[in-house]
Design a protein around this ligand. Structure first.
Ligand SMILES: [Zn+2]
Length: 104
């Protein structure tokens, strides 16, 4: 009778170890995949995959794709450009975008 319980305990222990190892392997795979995607996508246009070029527009550093013409801005770049183009269509558009963001 004792052997049955010992065997059962061993089986549960093995299941626990197996599950834990599986979780660790999946986590490692996920981390490797994320790192690989970051390495492949770094300095590439998210729209067409071409290498992007660093440019400066009105003193603001931007990334431009020479292939599709896409412009990529950092988190504060749009605010800086809007402030520089005070009372222009750009500022109105930026305010409208922010207001619609707040509503949603
Ligand atoms: Zn592009």
């Amino acid at each position: 009778m004792k052997n049955i319980w010992e065997e059962r305990e061993k089986v549960l222990e093995n299941e626990f170890i197996h599950r834990r190892e599986r979780e660790l392997i999946e986590k490692m795979k996920s981390t490797d995949r994320q790192r690989l995607v970051r390495e492949i996508c770094r300095d590439h246009c998210p729209k067409c995959g071409e290498m992007i070029q660093a440019i400066t527009f009105r003193g603001v550093p931007l990334d431009k794709c020479p292939h599709c013409g896409g412009i990529w801005l950092g988190p504060n770049d749009l605010k800086i450009l809007a402030a520089k183009d005070h009372r222009s269509w750009f500022e109105k558009w930026f305010k409208a975008e922010n207001e619609s963001d707040n509503v949603a």
